[in-house]
Design a protein around this ligand. Structure first.
Ligand code: FES
Length: 173
């Protein structure tokens, strides 16, 4: 009988500690997570001066991949040769770039189908049938303007808000 009673007391003590632990931890965790406001306001500066025509770089913007790509004249011509109205998500290359910087394509590296990271931003990766990006998860092909051309993705790769803060630096967000 005596043994049983001690077990009960021990268990009760452990439970009380456990509950206390949860109450102490919760405020700590919520303080560590950045608030939605802070995340929404954070911007990322990217130096684009070293990206050669035909090259892309991968950055991180608000914890997601960001692709910055300098198009070749041939890739620009390819994008402009497509009648915009024939596209699933009708946008011209000019709609998706900044005036005077029509060769710089800035998009999120997030497939608009279910969010995989498409291939095509790194040297030697499969760029898909339209020479832009290819999402291997379910086979979405994006063209040189990052527009969906084939496969299940419903919309073009998202162009985030950004601006040129100098001739060579963009501020995303
Ligand atoms: Fe890209 Fe499905 S997530 S095709």
């Amino acid at each position: 009988d005596g043994v049983r009673r001690r077990d009960f007391i021990n268990i009760a003590a452990v439970s009380a500690l456990g509950v206390g632990g949860v109450f102490v931890l919760l405020p700590l965790i919520s303080q560590m997570a950045p608030s939605a406001d802070v995340l929404a306001e954070s911007s990322t500066d990217v130096d684009v001066s070293l990206i050669e025509p035909g090259q892309s770089i991968k950055e991180i913007f608000r914890k997601q991949p960001l692709f910055v790509r300098r198009l070749t004249p041939a890739e620009i011509a390819e994008a402009n040769a497509v009648p915009t109205g024939s596209l699933r998500d009708a946008q011209s290359l000019a709609d998706r770039t900044k005036e005077g910087h029509g060769d710089l394509l800035v998009t999120m590296g997030v497939c608009t189908h279910l969010g995989c990271v498409p291939l095509g931003a790194a040297e030697g990766e499969n760029k898909g049938e339209y020479g832009g990006y290819f999402c291997p998860c379910h086979g979405s092909h994006y063209d040189t303007a990052g527009r969906i051309r084939k496969g299940p993705a419903p919309t073009n790769l998202v162009v985030p808000d950004y601006e040129f803060t100098s001739d060579t630096v963009i501020r995303v967000g």
